[in-house]
Design a protein. Structure first.
Ligand code: SF4
Length: 99
């Protein structure tokens, strides 16, 4: 019986995926803000692909190029209006590689 290799990290598995970036049409938008809300701050650690970062002014920004479309940030940030979340246009976004 095969067992999972405990040495395999999530980041290593995510690296197997490929992404087709829809340049200039990010499918997730962060509402402009001066100070991030608790929900926005939570996205910095909740996103498994680490798409959210603090910029030099302490504001939360997104670089969704590595987004796996899991919806975690949608659950945390969309009800409060902190983010606007849509799927990428057809043909764009993550291409999952298994194995
Ligand atoms: S959908 Fe998932 S992977 Fe994409 S930005 Fe949100 S939390 Fe990160």
């Amino acid at each position: 019986m095969a067992t999972a290799d405990p040495a395999v990290r999530v980041e290593d598995k995510l690296f197997q995926n490929r992404y087709l970036v829809d340049a200039g049409r990010c499918h997730i938008k962060v509402r402009p803000h001066t100070t991030p809300t608790p929900a926005l701050k939570a996205l910095l650690t909740a996103c498994p692909a680490r798409c959210y970062e603090l910029n030099a002014n302490g504001q939360v920004e997104i670089a969704a190029d590595g987004c796996v479309e899991c919806g975690t940030c949608r659950i945390i940030g969309e009800p409060s209006g902190d983010i606007e979340w849509n799927y990428p246009r057809g043909g764009y976004g993550v291409l999952f590689k298994f194995g």
